[in-house]
Write a protein that binds this ligand. Structure first.
Ligand code: AP5
Length: 246
């Protein structure tokens, strides 16, 4: 039954038009894509265009925290103390914020998670909450040396959150977002010492999720994310369009 639903969904993704938009009439269940990978793997880079192609929202826990921090909500103040040290924000804070977000009407047909879940306990809480969804987990594989280069060259738009890279994906005008024209900045947690801690936290707390999802039938897709952004995005589209069993 699960495979049948998967195929119906996949047909919905592939057949409607060349841009892979979802044909909602053939989807019985919400379609949830989880983009996983270490800091700098490209989760945000690919989540945004994938969301546009599939016509479902992109939900980044990191972006949600940064929004709360910028408008100085109590949640933002609490999250900042952890983010500034490269640690994970406690589950209760993450889960309340996240579950409130996926209760909104735009999430009815599915969504793309970027940066969630990040621990096995978050994955278990998610499963209880969305037991009826079709879930695909895409793991973006990149070596540590490349991650450091990507993060140290990353520039982020203050307003819309779009990421650029000084060398691999520079903006048209130095220091200015191509899309919303706002200012580009380096995230505080992208500084070398904090990045080191984030990578340690990834290895100890998030990497076990690969095994966790690997044990679930037809869920996990592994992708070589060391290729160019265009090549990686092509693999991402393929991963959401082709069932693992084929
Ligand atoms: P978050 O904002 O999610 O950070 P992250 O997971 O560390 O991921 P990044 O945003 O750093 O990297 P990315 O994979 O999105 O890479 P990007 O596409 O930008 O979280 C921040 C913090 O919030 C966490 O540390 C934690 O404290 C907290 N938090 C968030 N979620 C949480 C949760 N669920 N539980 C608890 N705490 C949570 O790409 C990076 C750069 O590389 C860019 O410059 C890009 O242009 C470039 N690039 C991308 N792909 C390529 C490519 N193929 N070739 C060349 N360059 C590339």
């Amino acid at each position: 039954m699960r495979v049948l639903i998967g195929w119906m969904c996949i047909l919905g993704v592939v057949m409607t038009n060349e841009s892979f938009s979802l044909n909602r009439s053939v989807i019985e269940k919400p379609f949830v894509v989880i983009l996983m990978g270490p800091p700098g793997a490209g989760k945000g880079t690919h989540a945004k265009p994938l969301a546009a192609h599939l016509s479902i929202p992109h939900i980044s826990t990191g972006d949600l925290f940064r929004e709360h921090i910028s408008i100085q909500t109590p949640l933002g103040r609490k999250a900042k103390t952890y983010i500034d040290q490269g640690k994970l924000v406690p589950d209760e804070v993450v889960l309340d914020m996240l579950f409130a977000r996926i209760s909104l009407p735009d999430c009815k047909h599915g969504y793309i998670f970027d940066g969630f879940p990040r621990t096995v306990s978050q994955a278990q809480a998610l499963e209880k909450r969305i037991h009826n969804a079709l879930v695909i987990v895409i793991n973006l594989n990149v070596s540590d040396a490349l991650l450091v280069e990507r993060i140290s060259g990353r520039l982020t738009c203050k307003k819309c959150g779009k990421s650029y890279h000084k060398k691999y994906d520079p903006p048209l005008l130095t220091g200015q977002c191509d899309v919303c024209k706002d200012v580009l900045y380096q995230r505080d947690d992208d500084k070398e010492e904090i990045l080191k801690k984030r990578l340690e936290v990834y290895r100890s707390q998030t990497r076990p999720l690969i095994e966790y999802y690997g044990h679930q039938k037809d869920v996990l897709r592994e992708i070589d994310a060391t290729l160019t952004p265009g090549e990686v995005f092509h693999l991402v589209l393929h991963a959401v369009a082709v069932p693992a069993q084929v």
